[in-house]
Structure formats: structure tokens, C-alpha cells
Ligand binder design. Structure first.
Ligand code: ARG
Length: 467
């Protein structure tokens, strides 16, 4: 029977009945629903609505439901409940009898779903942060392993200056650490208890909401019942956080795919994360990277869907809010799985450091350093830039490199060149010249790696505290 059948004379149109149900997807909130219901039963006992025996019966029934759902997952697929709240009530009454109906005293599904979703987001937010920590740890391990190897850095997709491969890897570690920190910030606003808000105006019982919050591990209680029952900002913030992760994954995947082309040859695709072609026998395709790149659409699409359902929504609870659940679940699952695949890929991929290093030694990547040499000799930068630009043009015409020009040739472009210039044009010298915090000089990269390790350790420590 529907929870609200009393007021109705006619049954629902069968197609509408099926269409408005959320149980087919919100059954995954069963653990959260049971946890919140247990805490709520205690709050009811606290105000005398449930006797100690009734509390015991209800709590026992909720435990049994949890066990049965764990043992028979198919049970949830087949049940015809309207939503997870309806399901729990029906099943509880089937187990413990009429007393089960007392659990809904002073309570509304509006605050229940808000509570369940906050519990779900809090838990998954920590789960995603743990996956980010794992992914970042692989970036750091690979950075440590590749030590002194260099590669070109690109701007506008054109070779710009050499950097350490570790410096490039640490750029992604920065992004994903930032993502973990963004979620930690979001967590503070997720971790607020709505229960006790009733349907819209506050529960009609003097519930001890602080005790409820403590029991459910919430750091605060919501301050306004209208807002608390209809607020999904926490969900949208989480989705935005997931969107950032998906965007960063797509940037990384795209760059890895480019670097795996025969033309670049910087990375060799791991067979366990690649596929072949049914038509072209020679192919090994970067499917993992392509899918990671493509998943961004779903995840950013989810936050767009929730933004749009919130737009113009009057206070307080409206059924529109139910539509936010599927995007939330989909984006959570997609990002969790994507991070796991990306982590496995990064562990398995091999870097052709010889090719990377060779690319770092060609393409005039020492031109900026050569201009810097002239600047140190007192030449104004713009003049130095022009002189080296002309030298590069000369090299392009004659098939030479800057460091292979004789001193005499160099002096045609600026009289300031002295024999020490050559020492400043080697790859090592160019790398070492970027000796500034955040730069690619090997000492700075080592320090950045140590700093990233500290941030990762702090993240893991914080996650352990929540676990
Ligand atoms: N399934 C509903 C949702 O997800 C639960 C709340 C329903 N509340 C109501 N008054 N119909 O939003």
C-alpha cells in the first residue's frame, strides 16, 4: 500500500505509477536510510514516542533488513516499492508488525532523502579522495623513478623549453591534489544534518537534533527547515568537484594519447590497457585513454542536469529533486571507476626516456637560455631576443643547431658572445637555469616532490581519521 493511500479513491495510472517511482535507483541508498532510521528511532525514544521495547523491536527489524539486503541483493531489484523510504517501512512492518509504522512519527521523506543523500555524498567524497590519493601516489612514484630524464615542454602545442619528466608528472599531481582539497572543502558543507526539519516547517516534536547529529557523525545541524529539506547545493558542489577531476583526467589522457603516437613515441601503451583493431592487424589503440577523455561529458553533464533542476525551484521540497539522484550516482560511479583505470594505466605505462631526452635536445629549446646569456652580458632582453631569433633562422636555413655554431658565426648576431656561452646551452645547464621555486631545476623539482609527498601524507592521514 502507498504511504499516502488514505486520501485517494482511485489507483494511479499504471504507467505514471511506474514512471514516478525512484526505488529502481534509490535502493542503493538503503544503507544510509537504515542508518538514519536507527538514529531517528533513538531520537523518538528520547522524546517518549517509542517505549524502550518498541525501540528495541524497531532497531532489531532495521538490523534484519540490513542483513537480508546484504545476503540477497536481488530482493531490492524485484521489490515494487515507491522509493527506499516506502520500502523500509513496508519491510519493517512485515518483520516487526504495527509498531513499525511508529517510526514515521514526526518524520517526512523530504528530510529523509536529504539526510540519505548527505550520508551518501560524504561517504563517496571520502572514497573518491582515497582514489585520488592512490592516483597521486603513482605520479609521485613515477616522478621519483624517472629522476633526471628530460622532455620538451610545449606551449601552443609547439616545443618551448626543456623540463624534467618529473616536473611534467608533478603538474598532474598538483591538479589531482587540488581536486582532493576541493572535495575536503565541500565536505564541510555536506556534513550538516537535515533530519529534524520535518516536511518543511521543522519536526512537530522537540527532538534532540544535536544528539541525532552526533549519532550520524554530522558536524553541524541545519539552521532552517525550508532550506534543509530542499537544499541540494552540497550535491551540486560535489558534482562540480567530480567535474574538475574528470576534466583533469581528460587533459592527462589526451596528452598521454598524443605522446603515444608513433610520431612522438614518448610513451609505450601497456597492452593490458589497450585494444587492437579488427581490421588493421598492426594496431594498438589507446582505448583506455580515449574513454577516460570521453567520460568527462557524463560527469560535467551530471552537474549541469542538477544545476538546471535547481534553477527556479521554489521553496521547499519539490519532486523535481528526485531527478538529481541518477546524475549523482552516475557521476560518482564514473569518476571512481575512471580514477581506478587511470591509476592502473599510469602504473603500467612505460616512458621512452631516450626519445623524450632526444626531443628535449632538439628544436632550439635552448634559445631562451641563449638570450638569457646575452642579457647577463648587459644586452637588453628585446635585443637579445632578436639576435637569437636571427641565429635560429640561420640554423634553420643551414641545418645547424645553436650550440653547433662557431663563436665567429654567433658573433655575427651579437658581438657579446664569448666561449662560455656553450656551457650555458647544454640541456643540463638550461634545466639548471630555472632555479626558482616552482621551476624545473633539478633541486627545485626534488623539493616539489618532497612537498607533494607531504601533502599526500596529510591527505591520507585525514582520510584515515574519517575511516
Ligand atoms: N523519492 C523522493 C525523492 O527522491 C523522496 C522524497 C519524496 N517526498 C515526497 N513528499 N513525495 O525526492
Amino acid at each position: 500500500m502507498k504511504m499516502w493511500a488514505g486520501r485517494f479513491r482511485e489507483p494511479l495510472d499504471p504507467a505514471f505509477e511506474r514512471w514516478q517511482r525512484s526505488f529502481p535507483f534509490d535502493h542503493r541508498l538503503l544503507p544510509e536510510e537504515l542508518e538514519a532510521s536507527r538514529a531517528y528511532a533513538q531520537a523518538l525514544a528520547g522524546v517518549g514516542v517509542l517505549s524502550p521495547e518498541e525501540l528495541k523491536a524497531i532497531a532489531g527489524g532495521l538490523d534484519q533488513l540490513e542483513k537480508k539486503a546484504g545476503a540477497e541483493p536481488a530482493w531490492l531489484e524485484s521489490a515494487a516499492a515507491e522509493d527506499v523510504h516506502h520500502f523500509v517501512e513496508e519491510q519493517l512492518v512485515a518483520l516487526v508488525g504495527e509498531v513499525g509504522y511508529k517510526l514515521h512519527t514526526g518524520r517526512s521523506r523530504n528530510e529523509q532523502i536529504a539526510t540519505d543523500l548527505r550520508l551518501f555524498v560524504r561517504q563517496n567524497l571520502d572514497g573518491i579522495r582515497a582514489r585520488l590519493a592512490e592516483f597521486v601516489s603513482v605520479f609521485l612514484a613515477r616522478a621519483r623513478e624517472l629522476g633526471p630524464a628530460a622532455m620538451p615542454a610545449y606551449t601552443h602545442g609547439q616545443p618551448a623549453e626543456p623540463v624534467l619528466v618529473a616536473h611534467w608528472l608533478l603538474a598532474y599531481a598538483e591538479m589531482f591534489l587540488r581536486d582532493a582539497e576541493r572535495l575536503a572543502d565541500c565536505r564541510r558543507r555536506v556534513n550538516v544534518l537535515p533530519l529534524g526539519s520535518g516536511a518543511v516547517a521543522g519536526a512537530p516534536l522537540p527532538l534532540d537534533r544535536a544528539a541525532l547529529a552526533r549519532r550520524l557523525g554530522f558536524a553541524q545541524i541545519s539552521g532552517n527547515s525550508l532550506d534543509a529539506t530542499s537544499d541540494r547545493d552540497f550535491e551540486l558542489e560535489f558534482l562540480h568537484g567530480l567535474g574538475f577531476i574528470a576534466l583533469h583526467l581528460s587533459r592527462w589522457a589526451e596528452e598521454m594519447a598524443i605522446f603515444s603516437t608513433r610520431e612522438f613515441g614518448f610513451v609505450r601503451l601497456p597492452e593490458k590497457f589497450s585494444t587492437g583493431s579488427s581490421a588493421m592487424p598492426q594496431k594498438k589503440n589507446p582505448d583506455a585513454l580515449e574513454l577516460l577523455r570521453a567520460k568527462t561529458g557524463r560527469v560535467v553533464g551530471a552537474s549541469l542536469a542538477v544545476s538546471l533542476l535547481l534553477k527556479g525551484l521554489p521553496l521547499a521540497y519539490n519532486k523535481d529533486l528526485q531527478e538529481g539522484q541518477e546524475p549523482l550516482f552516475e557521476a560518482t560511479d564514473t569518476v571512481g571507476e575512471s580514477l581506478a583505470i587511470a591509476t592502473g594505466f599510469l602504473r603500467a605505462v612505460s616512458f621512452d626516456t631516450e626519445r623524450m631526452q632526444a626531443a628535449a635536445c632538439s628544436g632550439f629549446l635552448n634559445a631562451t637560455a641563449a638570450a638569457g646569456y646575452l642579457v647577463r652580458r648587459g644586452v637588453p632582453f628585446r635585443r637579445a631576443h632578436a639576435a637569437i631569433g636571427q641565429a635560429v633562422l640561420h640554423c634553420l636555413e643551414t641545418g645547424k643547431t645553436l650550440e653547433s655554431l662557431s663563436l665567429e658565426e654567433l658573433r655575427r648576431f651579437s658581438p657579446e658572445f664569448e666561449p662560455e656561452v656553450y656551457a650555458g646551452l647544454t640541456l643540463e645547464a638550461v634545466l639548471a637555469s630555472h632555479d626558482v621555486a616552482g621551476g624545473t631545476a633539478p633541486g627545485r623539482v626534488k623539493a616539489a616532490l618532497a612537498e607533494a609527498e607531504k601533502r599526500l601524507a596529510a591527505l591520507r592521514k585525514e582520510l584515515d581519521a574519517h575511516a
